[in-house]
Write a protein that binds this ligand. Structure first.
Ligand code: PRE
Length: 341
């Protein structure tokens, strides 16, 4: 993705101390995720996912917080595309899962019967589709850049515009909460990822995200790739395909797996995947939000890989010249080949 966005502030002009960039303004779900991820960092509320990645790439922010997937509406495609096709330099360094409670926010005094339009970020509108059809069937749905931006717009309206957003946004922009929990399924949760210029060191409870580009259509290629993980007892936590945008029917596959790039078994799996498809991008290794430590099978522990490595090194050390000069005679040129002319 080539960017036509305004360049971020140069690094030299940056005030000291860690900075976190997130989808603003204050009062978005992303702002809450940023507070959880980096409670002490200075905050930059930006107005698009692309700007957040650019800020991390340009090092005007140390950390960026972007939504990746939601339990009701699925992946945030813009984030996936930026990570897969955008300029390199912004890697996933962490993840935060956040319960997402959608509220219908209106100017104080407005009733449901006053509402002619509902504004929000498109992913938020999608999470409340059925509720809106049932309770506000005639209202039009308008896209805003974020839930808090929608709240700000509702606050400036004549009272006929509602927003879907956080309780905090209601407080910040002087709105009332006309209805709570208006998302269509209970337990609504969004997974945010934290971006930085580098990956997180291994913790023992890690995840690795990568994207594999299938240049050619070979039978069994996806199976071969998945097998490399399965053979080493590596659990996959997510797999999803997206179009490459080059031509219809050409896909790339996003894979999240347990483990860290510096784990021997993950390293071996990635090297093997690289033999099948040279075009792959590791998006990052990072501590998993659920802190689950998966125990590898005995054949795939770090010790098992280290033992195997040492054994093989020992084996290679037995390759060499024979003492006392050449004793290889006619065997050196290959089976059955005469060397005497
Ligand atoms: O607009 C916000 O409040 C955001 O943080 C963005 C976003 C998203 O894009 O998914 C994040 C969480 C919710 O799923 C809805 C919207």
């Amino acid at each position: 993705m080539t960017s036509t966005r305004e360049p971020s502030r140069p690094r030299e002009e940056r005030p000291a101390g860690p900075r976190v960039a997130f989808l603003g303004p204050e009062g978005t779900f992303a702002s809450e995720a940023a507070r959880l991820a980096a409670p002490d960092a200075a905050r930059d509320a930006l107005s698009s996912i692309g700007e957040i990645l650019d800020a991390v790439r340009a090092e005007t922010a140390d950390l960026g917080v972007v939504p990746l997937e939601n339990s009701i509406e699925g992946s945030v495609n813009l984030t996936l595309d930026e990570l897969a096709f955008g300029e390199p330099g912004a890697m996933i360094r962490g993840e935060v899962t956040l319960p997402v409670t959608m509220n219908l926010l209106t100017r104080p005094g407005s009733q449901l019967s006053d509402i002619k339009a509902v504004r929000s970020q498109p992913h938020a509108l999608a999470q409340c589709r059925e509720w809106l059809e049932t309770h506000l069937p005639a209202a039009q749905h308008d896209a805003s850049t974020s839930t808090a931006e929608a709240a700000r717009e509702a606050a400036e309206s004549d009272g006929a515009v509602a927003a879907l957003g956080t309780q905090l946004a209601a407080e910040l922009y002087g709105l009332g909460v006309l209805a709570r929990d208006v998302h269509d399924y209970p337990g609504n949760t969004t997974r945010f990822v934290l971006l930085s210029r580098s990956m997180h060191p291994a913790t023992g409870a890690d995840k690795t995200s990568l994207v594999v580009f299938f240049g050619e259509d070979r039978p069994g290629l996806l199976l071969r790739i998945l097998e490399e993980f399965a053979l080493r007892g590596i659990n996959l936590t997510k797999i999803e395909s997206r179009p490459t945008k080059q031509q219809l029917g050409e896909y790339c596959i996003f894979i999240d797996c347990a483990g860290h790039v510096s784990d021997a078994r993950v390293g071996e799996a990635l090297r093997s995947v690289h033999r099948h498809v040279a075009n792959l991008r590791v998006l990052g290794s990072y501590p998993r939000a659920d802190a689950v430590r998966e125990t590898p099978p005995v054949t795939d522990t770090e010790t098992a890989y280290e033992d195997a490595r040492q054994w093989y090194e020992g084996l290679l050390s037995q390759v060499g010249e024979a003492r006392g000069g050449s004793i290889d005679g006619g065997f050196a040129g290959g089976a059955g080949e005469r060397r005497d002319g």
